[in-house]
Design a protein around this ligand. Sequence first.
Ligand SMILES: Nc1ncnc2c1ncn2[C@@H]1O[C@H](COP(=O)(O)OP(=O)(O)OP(=O)(O)O)[C@@H](O)[C@H]1O
Ligand SMILES: [Mg+2]
Length: 426
Amino acid sequence: MDGNIWELYGISSNPFTTEPLLIKGGILRIECFVGREQEQRELERKFSSSGSSRILIIGDIGVGKTSFVNYARFNAIKEGYFTPIPEIAVLHDWDALQFVVNTLYAIYITIKNFDDYQGLISKLLYKKLESLFEINLKSGYSIGLDVAGFGGNYGQSRTAPVFMSYKAVVDLTREVIIEIYNKREKELIIHYNNLERIDSNDIIRLFGDLRDFFQTPHVNFIFVGNLVTNNAIQGIPQVSSIFSEPIILRSMSYDEVKEIIDVRLNKLKIEGVKQIKPFDNSALKMLFGLYNGNIRHILNSLDKAVTSSVRNIPIVLDDSDVARILSNQIEEKYLKDIKPRAKDVLLKIVQSEEITNKGISDALKMPRPQVSIYLSDLKNSGCIVLRRQDGKDKFWASAPHFKWLLLKKPDLPEDLNQKLMPKFMK
Ligand SMILES: Nc1ncnc2c1ncn2[C@@H]1O[C@H](COP(=O)(O)OP(=O)(O)OP(=O)(O)O)[C@@H](O)[C@H]1O
Ligand SMILES: [Mg+2]
């Protein structure tokens, strides 16, 4: 891409970025959050009812789970609640000790780095945390820390030997929590993200071990995951009994999606320049339908459609432009190198929400071992993903951008290049 194409539209930077909204920092300010009023109220109610709680937020990939919890925490901070600013990205190989150490670290780093929290805990306790984290980090060891840094990239990983017992870390964490609670007189809010990336068996193991920690007084524990996470938790009765009903986040409505983008355009407006919206309603409606309202996939598609077609003129893409640009992209970039029969398998998967080997084999009259080979190739090249597994049955779905193949290619007399050409050149 040459230069900044967004300037052509009077927009200061990419309005289609799909990073989650962060409490502090981030490309887009958290005030860009739209909708979900009822679910926000539900969460607020849980925060304000006294006592500790364990709340699971569930939804599909990219529906807006992380942004939802961050926005709730952003509002809670304004009400005087304390919450460690970075979400804690739980990793699949964590044990209970690493889980608690990373919780404590998130609290520590928040007190250390954010001006508002200086002096929140006693000097003595702060020194204890400092020696625990800084000395271990400096000497090249850590105590099983995986949280590091801010700005939407919390996943940096450091792991090494542990020098404290689980009990000692839990006791220290509880001491810190009590001090903060006494100061603020409000329960803490701790946000654990990405549990959907952890296998059921690992969740069952980890949460089973953490049951007592989860009952630490004065904390609202918030976990973000999906249906599989919920099922795993339901599978451990001692743990599920301390959880409240999950909050389910569904895909956005069309009006919400439209508003999200309009709010972004508004916030990114370059003062004094006329702003042009890069797409029209027909394009948005088409993508909304294609992805059933999944905000992440819609934003990604708009991003691709604009950045891969616009050069010097701020054209407004309609549905047929977007359909042509995106389906061409996928054909040129990905389909060229795929064997014809593998392509048939891929197309079958693209057309289905999810499908098994048997489903494909029946539909294409192809032997199952042959389907297996193609499935494995398609998976390795990132065209398809395993959506879920039920016993031995594996359900496959296409990677989101392959759905672009479903966009109809309208028969238009002139191609896009002509449309891109200024009138006087035609
Ligand atoms: N309610 C909302 N208002 C405004 N923007 C939103 C909202 N929900 C989601 N978004 C935007 O949609 C994109 C996806 O959101 P987010 O990353 O929070 O989803 P997620 O469900 O956590 O995704 P993942 O499953 O990948 O973790 C982000 O760019 C975010 O800014
Ligand atoms: Mg997320």
